[in-house]
Write a protein that binds this ligand. Structure first.
Ligand code: SF4
Length: 296
């Protein structure tokens, strides 16, 4: 974790909170946009394309203010719609505009920059292969944005689908922003080994730094503790990645969504255990602090 080496004292505390915790800037911005609209216009509904945040408490609070989640493609008419941080496909956006909705663009600026880079590469004739989860909103947005993208979830799938892109003269490898860097590098290695001479290859570093730093911190600190709590929604891709990394390095790992759920784990923890608490990019710092307080 070269950018922010955690000092030894912090690494060996009985209870420690990961330095990289709390909302990422993209999620924080989307929540701010939703709150701003709902608090300034009490009684007006605000529709959102998916979960703004994979956190039940935050979603319940915003829902009580008037936030409504769009179900499937049952688009509202004549309303205001917030695009979630991971974006939507241009086709869905066009359909929303056709239904006379006003759009608030909550797409994370980091992703907007990635999407622009991909579009520029497409204009230069690159064919895309994307490391991501086909059901993730960011992947759906990229698929809608680019004419031809092949998606793979792991090395096995890459091995199966790589022939479809290997006929192209120019190949671009891209990744969903929350994917694991290690697995992305392995995918690049496999693809490069299969390239023919004179084929042009680009690897876009589209994994977000915020998730990389959390990944590195868990990798470095999880082996130093006997218990790791990873706090985050069960549908959150970046939280799941942290859980997997923690499990590879620590015997006792709990994936919890709330302080209430963390309390149910207490019988499995002894006074001699040392505890590290981290969380995904959708987890408010106060949830992590509330879990820390259980052990202070
Ligand atoms: S994880 Fe990174 S890219 Fe994704 S919303 Fe957060 S800041 Fe943006």
């Amino acid at each position: 974790m070269n950018r922010t080496r955690v000092d030894l004292e912090k690494q060996t505390q009985r209870v420690a909170v990961c330095v990289f915790s709390g909302f990422c800037s993209g999620v924080e911005r989307a929540i701010r946009l939703a709150e701003g609209f709902l608090l300034e216009r009490p009684g007006r509904a605000l529709y959102v394309t998916g979960d703004i945040v994979h956190n039940t408490g935050v979603m319940q609070r915003l829902t009580s203010l008037g936030l409504k989640r769009i179900a499937g493609d049952a688009f509202p008419v004549d309303q205001t719609v917030l695009v979630q941080a991971h974006g939507i496909s241009p086709v869905a956006e066009e359909a929303l505009v056709k239904s006379r909705n006003q759009i608030i663009n909550g797409t994370c600026p980091i992703l907007r920059r990635n999407f622009n880079r991909f579009c520029r590469a497409e204009k230069q004739g690159f064919r895309f292969i994307l490391f991501g989860d086909p059901t993730h909103p960011e992947v759906e947005a990229i698929q809608g944005l680019l004419n031809d993208v092949i998606v793979f979830r792991n090395l096995e799938e890459l091995s199966e689908v790589s022939n479809q892109v290997l006929a192209a003269e120019k190949i671009a490898l891209i990744a969903q922003s929350t994917k694991s860097v290690g697995a992305y590098k392995q995918s690049a290695k496999m693809l490069i080994e299969r390239l023919k001479p004179r084929q042009l290859f680009q690897m876009h570093f589209s994994i977000c730094d915020v998730t990389i730093l959390r990944e590195e911190e868990i990798k470095e600190r999880a082996p130093l503790f006997s218990v790791v709590f990873v706090v985050g929604g069960k549908h959150s891709a970046n939280t799941e990645k942290l859980v997997l990394l923690a499990k590879e390095r620590c015997q006792k790992v709990f994936w919890v969504e709330s302080v209430e759920e963390a309390k149910t784990c207490l019988p499995s923890i002894s006074d001699t255990d040392s505890i590290l608490i981290g969380g995904g990019t959708s987890t408010p710092l106060q949830d992590i602090k509330a879990i820390e307080a259980l052990f202070l």
